[in-house]
Design a protein around this ligand. Structure first.
Ligand code: SF4
Length: 431
């Protein structure tokens, strides 16, 4: 029996997909790459914004074709899109056998295995996952849901309030990954910095316990909330070499008018101070942020406040997203919305400022020696390998193209930086 999966969306969803696959592996299934050869196909979806929903629908349509023509006996749709829309769309996709939600997938899939596949082994470990990426870099989910209520965001209504995972479970999964050979562990949640508030602990305790109980050379956190980046957290990151001095803090905007309408805190003055605090307390820190442009009520005034801010903050990495009105959110009915062409122009303006900042910051690294994790042998004939520095998270940040040396993927090596482009670096091995 074969099972295959198409994972869409973010790293948190990828981890969920790997847990779903593991349930089938535990019940005797092998994982197939080719959907048309599979007995069970899973489409693990995202529904964060309109594009993600369209991508989910396209993937479901593709798989329904394969379900009709291939060997597949069961088509499962899981993840955020399924959770959000299954009641509305299930009639439109009669080929989908199971719409699994984010909180009932285990129950539904256990029943499927028992009733249709007569599988007796129902046990499912709390942490094992059928890993889909090379072992060296792995995500670990430390919580589910979000207790903030940003006016534009559907996540709390899909995934519920923030719910921390039990610390022992996280440590157990981390040790399992460490023993398998993971070198870079990446903590993910909707708001990593909120960890523990609902179970009487906190992120600092989790990090200290992780450091004590595992040997990962790199531990990275994604998605910190600006309200919760405390001085104690900065002190710990500054003092502990194994914690990457990498700060991924989506700020969404800088104008107080927009931040208030977004129901986000802190406001502008504190956000400026946050950038200063990180830079002064953690030397060599990498800052990453993202912003929503074209939010209702954003005029040229708010846009130029944002331009000024990014010129001040000089983020190493930055992303911008056009506002996506999502049904069921407060921002959905807000007006006036800037015109599409205006939003695009604002996105282009910000990204062209950022491109220059990024290049300048990367050029400062030329001549220095940097720790680099080797991700893969390069497809590009001009280079031997591709890797990343401590300041680059996988998928979202830049890469380091390596011209010489003989390494194994997953190794962390010290290399000399010999060049920079807008978003990437070039390095070589020097004895
Ligand atoms: S903190 Fe992030 S996930 Fe939570 S409501 Fe705001 S944007 Fe959504």
């Amino acid at each position: 029996m074969l099972v295959s999966i198409q994972n869409l969306g973010c790293s948190k969803n990828q981890v969920d997909g790997e847990r779903i696959l593991q349930l089938f592996v535990n019940n005797g299934f092998a994982i197939a790459e080719d959907h048309s050869a599979s007995d069970i196909i899973i489409v693990n979806t995202c529904a964060f914004i309109k594009e993600a929903q369209e991508e989910a629908i396209a993937a479901i349509l593709d798989m329904t074709q394969i379900r009709k023509n291939g060997r597949c006996r069961t088509l499962i749709v899981s993840g955020c899109f399924s959770q959000r829309y299954r009641e509305n769309v299930n009639r439109e996709f009669p080929e989908v056998d199971i719409w699994a939600g984010v909180d009932d997938w285990e129950k539904l899939l256990h029943s499927l295995l028992k009733d249709k596949y007569k599988s007796s082994k129902q046990n499912h470990s709390r942490f094992e996952r059928a890993l889909s990426e090379p072992i060296a870099t792995q995500y670990i989910k430390i919580a589910e849901g979000c207790s903030h209520s940003c006016s534009f965001c559907v996540i709390p209504s899909i995934r519920g309030k923030f719910k921390s995972r039990n610390q022992n479970d996280i440590i157990e999964e981390a040790r399992w990954l460490c023993e398998k050979g993971t070198r870079e562990l990446i903590l993910v949640a909707q708001d990593t910095s909120f960890y523990g508030r609902d179970i009487n602990t906190n992120l600092i305790t989790l990090l200290e316990t992780l450091l004590k109980n595992t040997q990962f050379p790199w531990i990275r956190m994604m998605y910190l909330h600006p309200q919760l980046v405390s001085d104690d957290l900065l002190t710990l990151i500054a003092a502990e070499e194994r914690l990457c001095s990498y700060f991924d803090i989506p700020l969404q905007h800088i104008s107080d008018t927009i931040l208030k309408s977004m129901n986000r805190r802190p406001l502008s003055k504190e956000l400026y101070r946050l950038v200063d605090r990180i830079k002064s307390k953690v030397s060599g820190a990498t800052l990453r942020s993202s912003f929503i442009l074209g939010y209702p009520g954003e005029t040229e005034k708010e846009h130029s406040e944002l331009k000024q801010f990014i010129q001040y903050a000089r983020f190493h990495k930055m992303g911008v997203f056009p506002f996506s009105p999502e049904e069921g959110t407060k921002a959905y009915n807000m007006r006036p919305r800037p015109r599409g062409a205006t939003v695009q122009r604002r996105c282009d303006e910000l990204m062209s400022i950022q491109q220059e900042i990024s290049r300048e910051l990367l050029e400062e690294k030329i001549g220095s020696k940097q720790q680099i994790i080797i991700d893969r042998v390069s497809d590009d004939h001009d280079f031997n390998y591709e890797g990343r520095t401590l300041g680059d998270a996988p998928e979202v940040d830049g890469r380091v193209f390596i011209q010489s040396g003989d390494f194994n993927p997953g190794e962390i090596v010290t290399l000399k930086i010999i060049g920079a482009s807008d978003y990437d670096l070039y390095a070589e091995y020097t004895a």
